[in-house]
Design a protein around this ligand. Structure first.
Ligand code: URA
Length: 241
């Protein structure tokens, strides 16, 4: 790709155009081993070696981050009231990034952030039925019959019954814990499914989306790049690794 040097610095180093101009004038940027002097210089990102403060800058068209979304943060790129998931990635270039699918304000867990529109579409398109697994804590005892209701589908006020989903009860008591796997993504779907069965959800956390599993080393609010194999499996559309 041919691109202006100051724009390239903006894309790779998270610098504003003005900051990029300043570092070029301060002779901190080398193009093929020679100090650059003109911010408007055209460079070829595929064939030329650009170095800033001794480090080679590599242009990546697409980037992929796994975030453990904390509660209280909105799955959006902009919001007037709350911090957004992009605000968490303070040291990254977030231009063009978007969250793949939505988690409610109070839901935690796995959220993919990328600028790859095609992958985003493939993972969220209703026609693809990508599975999503959640850990859920509900008020009250869960009985085996409710697993059947989840399996058979239920009327949550949409045009069709919910698609067959799996409910695995982990602990049942005054408060109960379960794993639920759905393959669609209607607004507040998990909460509405439990509400339909007479339960209110106290806590919800997404653990999986398609082949991608939340890295348990990520505390809420932490994120990392996807590994090559995680990305390859997601792109292949594998549902389980
Ligand atoms: N279902 C919900 O009810 N909320 C979420 O955030 C995700 C799935």
């Amino acid at each position: 790709m041919l691109c202006r040097l100051d724009k390239f610095l903006g894309m790779t180093c998270h610098l504003t155009r003005q900051e990029a101009k300043t570092v070029i004038r301060k002779k901190l940027v080398l193009v093929d081993g020679t100090f650059a002097t003109r911010p408007e210089q055209k460079i070829d990102t595929e064939t030329q070696k650009i170095t800033y403060q001794g480090e080679e800058l590599l242009y990546e068209e697409f980037v992929y981050y796994m975030l453990n979304k904390p509660a209280g943060v909105v799955s959006a790129t902009k919001d007037n009231l709350h911090k957004t998931v992009l605000d968490i990635l303070t040291s990254e270039n977030v231009s063009g990034l978007f969250p793949v699918g939505r988690l409610d304000l109070d839901t935690e867990g796995l959220l993919l952030l990328t600028n790859d529109g095609e992958l985003g579409h493939n993972l969220t398109s209703p026609a693809k039925h990508v599975s999503k697994q959640y850990e859920v804590l509900v008020e009250g005892e869960l009985t085996p019959e409710i697993c059947e209701t989840f399996q058979n589908g239920m009327d949550i006020g949409e045009k069709h019954l919910t698609r067959p989903s799996e409910l695995i009860i982990l602990e049942s008591g005054a408060k109960s814990r379960a794993l639920v796997t759905i393959s669609e993504g209607k607004f507040h779907q998990v909460k509405r499914m439990f509400a339909h069965c007479g339960y209110s959800v106290l806590y919800l956390k997404r653990l999986k989306m398609g082949s991608l599993t939340l890295d348990e080393n990520l505390a809420p609010g932490e994120y990392r790049r996807l590994t090559e194999s995680e990305l390859a499996y997601l792109k292949e559309g594998k549902t389980d690794v």
